[in-house]
Design a protein around this ligand. Structure first.
Ligand code: FAD
Length: 460
């Protein structure tokens, strides 16, 4: 009796309920990963994530080999490839984890129908990529929570399933063969400082963070230069870490740092339950303000300056350069750059979200699209017209200018606070910097935004 375990956004062996269930009922399993051509067709296989994914698959294969098995990787249409593996292994069951996008829901339904037509069964496990699944918590008046704080109150009281141990042995039938594993080196256009992927790297990162960082997370998480957040986001995106296990571990640790991290993990689930209930929010405003955003056509030069880190606002430029160099950006910097693009430059949030999705190694549709909307004031923010001032925020969160100087070498020799406002330097000192002029004055940007938003509020 053989089962297929279809790996998707859950590239790990620890705390993996589908694998655990399959091994419980079968003598052997086929651990399968399909490089779905629909993902590539949607442009979602950006270089940084493809490179990170290659690491994840190599690491998963190595861990399976230590347990007497191996990973089977195939490319093509996911449903066809799963059915092919099922036939080759003569499997009667497929186990996989639930996913919550409209794309994943359609794909799952197609797979279920194809398997059932052939007399096989699909088992979908719903607490693999989230701690609390979408739809489990609902307010009395709606099918999902539209505001984080009440959601979090319920989320914090939800019962989590226990953690499932990694299997000791994973027997895989001989006759099912896969393609060669993709290699990170084959991917072009990768950020030079992209971190390594894979479950082993994820578990090392957790161990290091639990030793140093976690307990101070609540007080240091906004320190741009200190870089003291967990940097677990790409691991959570690819599922090399289990959110259920992380929440259990953080709660066991206790204290304000761990509690603050648990709250951030709840944001992940929050966005997933919004998107599961309103799939169109991946592209359309969750709560429209009828903005007539500036676009590539009307704001092309400003958008280019933003993308390339040449806006003349040091903290914005530092952040945008960190993004292309590392494939990751600090959360405070994401907030500042998103506020700058959508509110100061009044450019469509979708343009910013697409740029982020190209570079972010943790680029994730629910987290990215809904955080962008939150900052653009068309999402779940209860203060949709807030504008973050990049100068005051830079002075607060990068008081010594270390973050700015790390990423903007033109400002290497400028001290704080001038490093955040180079336009205030005396003429000759300013001219010697070879650093761009501001694309717009903050007051001018603010004015345009206020005029655009006045009188346009519309209830959801
Ligand atoms: P930590 O501060 O250590 O937080 C721990 C974990 O909690 C993160 O790894 C993440 O999984 C989760 N988390 C933290 N903040 C948020 C949040 N606001 N929303 C949802 N989950 C959160 N996160 C992504 O994972 N993918 C994205 O594509 C993404 N795009 C974003 C775009 C914008 C404009 C903004 C403002 C935020 C975005 N975030 C995104 C959320 C957040 O910035 C990152 O999760 C965080 O910076 C990752 O670093 P970390 O792992 O060190 O976070």
């Amino acid at each position: 009796h053989v089962s297929v375990v279809l790996f998707t956004s859950d590239l790990r062996l620890h705390d993996h309920p589908p694998l655990h269930a399959a091994l419980d009922s079968a003598d052997a399993v086929v651990p399968l990963f399909v490089r779905d051509r629909a993902v590539a067709a949607a442009g979602f296989d950006a270089p940084n994530r493809s490179a990170f994914l290659a690491d994840c698959l190599a690491d998963l294969d190595a861990s399976l080999r230590e347990r007497g098995g191996r990973l089977v990787v195939r490319s093509g249409d996911l449903v066809e490839e799963v059915c092919r593996a099922v036939t080759e292994a003569d499997a009667d069951e497929v186990h996989m984890s639930a996913a919550h996008s409209a794309f994943a829901a359609r794909r799952e339904e197609r797979l279920r129908r194809a398997l059932e037509a052939d007399g096989r069964r699909l088992f979908v496990h719903d607490t693999v990529t989230v701690a609390v699944p979408p739809g489990e918590l609902t307010p009395s008046t709606s099918d999902h929570f539209a505001v984080f704080t009440p959601y979090f109150r319920h989320w914090a009281g939800a019962r989590l399933r226990p953690v499932v141990a990694a299997p000791r042995r994973v027997p895989v039938p001989e006759q099912v063969k896969g393609d060669p594993l993709p290699g990170r080196a084959e991917v072009a256009g990768v950020s030079p400082a992209l971190p390594p992927g894979g479950e082993s790297a994820a578990r090392r990162r957790v161990a290091a963070y639990w030793r140093r960082g976690l307990d101070a997370y609540d007080t240091t998480r906004d320190d741009l230069a200190g870089d003291t957040t967990s940097r677990l986001s790409a691991h959570l995106h690819f599922g090399t870490l289990s959110p259920v296990e992380l929440v259990h571990r953080a709660r066991r640790r206790g204290g304000p740092g761990a509690e603050a991290l648990v709250r951030q993990l709840a944001w992940r689930d929050f966005h997933r339950q919004v998107l599961a209930a309103r799939p169109a929010a991946a592209r359309l405003d969750y709560r429209t303000k009828r903005d007539r955003w500036r676009s590539e056509r009307t704001a092309g030069a400003d958008i280019l300056a933003w993308r390339e880190g040449r806006t003349g606002y040091p903290v914005i430029d530092a952040a945008m350069r960190q993004l292309s160099q590392e494939g990751w950006m600090h959360n405070r910097a994401r907030l500042l750059t998103a506020s700058f693009l959508t509110k100061t430059l009044y450019v469509d949030w979708r343009i910013g979200a697409a740029h982020f999705l190209h570079w972010l190694v943790d680029g994730d549709v629910p987290n990215n699209q809904l955080n962008w909307q939150w900052m653009a004031g068309v999402g779940t923010d209860t203060r949709p017209n807030r504008v973050l001032n990049p100068v005051t925020q830079a002075k607060r969160y990068d008081p010594d200018g270390v973050y700015v100087r790390r990423w903007v070498p033109e400002l290497r020799d400028v001290d704080a606070p001038a490093v955040h406002e180079p336009w205030k330097l005396p003429g000759p000192a300013r001219a010697a910097l070879h650093y761009p002029e501001r694309v717009v004055e903050l007051a001018e940007g603010l004015d345009r935004f206020r005029r655009a938003r006045t009188g346009t509020e519309r209830e959801p």
